[in-house]
Design a protein around this ligand. Structure first.
Ligand code: PEP
Ligand code: MN
Length: 361
């Protein structure tokens, strides 16, 4: 996959790279007033605005459509690039016709390979940057698939946008970040820039700062944040939009960390610490191997005595005791529970293998 660096298609106004603008374009006045204030912050490189809004229920504000694209031409005159969401071939054709600078595919579209392909087909032979938001549900393959479809139509100025995932359990976020998924994407496609959208992760203003900082700390390449001239009156996503002034102070409070440094003292100390981790991991693997050997013996022993593999009491004891031991050491319960689950899962798998061995003879 050919992917060009982000700085070949967005000149970052300042650090971090910032895409900002309203959830939706509502009126010409709102679009231009918001853009004016955002441009004046000197922090924003790209102006976002939804022209067609995917809404969960009908009769909600569904965007102003094509006329909004005319307003964005005025925004370009303020020195901002523009980006809009496209969800089908017709949106894509209209956005191209009206000279939008960058396209993005929304979370509800990424889930549907037919829609993504329809957009990708329109993009064949067109040279425009495209950002692909993660699908609503936590499926990395679907995200990758959408990126591949766009890439296959010849688009090389590509980025992913991390906007969090729908989550059934309890969470303070509108969409749970599940940071491990964009990290996995980065591992698979190291040259693909990833921009974080803390607005749709947070769902409410108060959480945006922390999410944005975390994204930068993980080395993400930029932020997309919703901003509206009068957030409380916004026709969509009112609770998560910031005034341009609030956005400016949020950005000023962010700490941009570098991924490397020439400071020799720092790199020496870091490599010492990393060596220590390597040694510990080596020990850890040896201990895991030792544990596994005993698991195999237990499996065999249960087999000889026709005893079931899964023993509820023992499993409950393990969880409880390990949680207590962990608490004494100051390790988090959630962390130790996860590790115990993994150990138990693998133990069941190995004992099942032992049980089934030579079963047919
Ligand atoms: C948006 O950016 O306003 C939007 C609809 O986002 P998402 O596709 O992430 O839900
Ligand atoms: Mn929105």
């Amino acid at each position: 996959m050919t992917i060009l660096p982000l700085n070949t298609w967005i000149n970052s106004a300042s650090e971090p790279l910032l895409i900002a603008g309203p959830c939706g374009a509502e009126t010409k006045e709102q679009v231009l007033a918001t853009a004016r204030e955002l441009a004046d912050t000197g922090r924003v490189s790209v102006y976002r605005a939804g022209i067609w809004k995917p809404r969960t229920r009908p009769n909600a504000f569904e965007g102003v459509g094509e006329k909004g694209l005319e307003w964005l031409k005025e925004v370009q005159k303020m020195g901002l690039k523009t980006t809009v969401e496209v969800a089908n071939a017709q949106h894509t054709e209209l956005a191209l016709k009206h000279g939008v600078d960058i396209l993005w595919i929304g979370a509800r579209t990424t889930v549907n390979p037919f829609s993504v392909q329809e957009i990708a087909d329109v993009l064949k032979g067109v040279d425009i940057p495209v950002m692909v938001k993660n699908p609503v549900h936590a499926d990395l393959q679907l995200w990758l698939g959408a990126i591949e479809r766009v890439s296959n139509s010849g688009i090389t100025r590509l980025a992913a946008v991390h906007r969090g995932f729908h989550y059934f359990g309890k969470t303070k976020y509108r969409n749970k970040p599940l940071w491990e998924i964009p990290i996995e994407l980065k591992t698979l496609l190291p040259e693909l820039p990833i921009i974080c959208d803390p607005s749709h992760i947070s769902g409410k203003r108060e959480l945006i700062q922390g999410v944005a900082q975390k994204a930068l700390d993980l080395g993400m390449n930029g932020l997309m944040i919703e901003s509206h001239i009068n957030p409380d009156k916004a026709l969509s996503d009112a609770q998560q939009q910031l005034t341009p002034a609030d956005l400016k102070s949020l950005v000023e409070r962010l700490v941009c960390r570098k991924s490397t440094t020439d400071n020799v003292l720092f790199t020496d100390k870091l490599s010492q610490l990393r060596n220590a981790i390597d040694e510990i991991d080596d020990e850890l693997l040896n201990v895991l191997k030792k544990r596994m050997t005993i698991i195999e013996q237990i499996g065999l022993y249960k087999k000889e005595h026709d005893i079931t593999i899964f023993q509820l009491d023992r499993w409950q004891d393990i969880l409880k005791s390990r949680e207590q031991w962990a608490a004494r050491l100051g390790l988090s319960k959630a962390y130790i529970d996860k590790i115990c689950m993994l150990l138990h899962e693998e133990s069941i798998r190995v004992q099942t293998e032992v049980m089934n061995k030579n079963q047919v003879e």
